[in-house]
Design a protein. Structure first.
Length: 303
């Protein structure tokens, strides 16, 4: 059993098929199949079972997966550490779309100023995608607002944030100071895509309060959702940090959930047992400087 065997095993587990894993690793499918057979012979049992066209981990396979990920990750870190000696290191930083819009563009210049030898490579997508890339060692660290499901990742909540209900001037809610939960029932909404932490938080809230809403806009761009609120008389729920300009110019009115159910934190995430470089420690330090969220004085209340 070698690191190569484990790397192939993790790829098959992630992609659910020999052919997809082979394509990802730039290997032939017979090579991948042979490696899995050798692992199964070594551990005296099946690691996968086939249902339809997809492979699923057996209990033995699940037992191996978390340890295999950790070993592959440690090997890759060792390789990167040794091969990059004397070279400018890279930090592959993932951000969710909300974080990447309102926070990361300010973090990166400050981080590079304090760590001039480091080149930051930024990647932005939703929480589920960032989580998967961290697990596959395609990112060194991530900053997310959604829930991280994998126990293989360390999650450190740092930056305060809250969702607010956004209302444009043409909507009847704009003139009100207080909205009740029931008022949201059957209202048209502009929503983030599936896999977004923002969307998940609001959907959980709506289910809890038995609210039915209609998604008439769906986008992974906060600017698109803001424009829908401004010009199409729809509602949206998004981070307060995304709308300071519109709030100051009174083109949008926002309502804060009175019970704090929409409060959340942006979290620093990285692989467990990861060797933490000075630049990751500096990233965490800088994040603490952005901890507090600015609350507008004229904000409405959602009860």
């Amino acid at each position: 059993m070698t690191i190569r065997h484990l790397n192939i095993f993790v790829a098959v587990a992630d992609f659910g098929s020999m052919s997809a894993a082979a394509s990802h690793l730039y290997l032939s499918q017979p090579t991948v199949s042979q490696a899995i057979r050798e692992l199964e012979k070594h551990y005296n049992g099946l690691l996968f079972e086939r249902l339809g066209k997809k492979l699923y981990l057996t209990e033995r396979g699940k037992l191996l997966l978390s340890r295999a990920r950790e070993l592959v990750h440690q090997f890759e870190e060792t390789e990167e550490l040794m091969l990059n000696q004397g070279q400018s290191p890279n930090l592959k930083l993932g951000s969710t779309i909300t974080v990447g819009t309102c926070l990361t563009p300010f973090l990166i210049p400050e981080l590079q100023k304090n760590c001039p030898e480091t080149r930051v490579l930024s990647y932005v997508n939703n929480t589920r995608d960032i989580e998967q890339k961290l697990l596959r060692s395609e990112l060194d660290a991530g900053i997310v607002e959604g829930e991280i499901l994998s126990s293989d990742l360390t999650v450190i909540p740092i930056v305060d944030d809250c969702l607010v209900l956004a209302v444009g001037k043409e909507h009847p809610f704009y003139a009100r100071k207080i909205i009740r939960v029931q008022d949201l029932d059957h209202e048209p909404f502009a929503m983030r895509e599936q896999g977004s932490g923002t969307r998940q938080l609001f959907e959980d809230y709506a289910a809890k309060h038995q609210i039915t809403f209609e998604t008439v806009w769906e986008a992974n761009s906060p600017r698109t959702l803001l424009n829908a609120v401004l010009y199409d008389r729809v509602l949206s729920v998004m981070s307060l940090r995304l709308m300071y300009h519109e709030i100051r110019h009174e083109s949008i009115r926002v309502f804060q959930n009175q019970n704090g159910e929409w409060n959340r934190k942006f979290k620093l995430v990285y692989y467990k047992n990861k060797f933490l470089t000075p630049v990751i420690h500096e990233l965490e330090r800088i994040l603490h400087a952005y901890k507090n969220v600015e609350i507008p004085e004229n904000m409405g209340i959602l009860r």
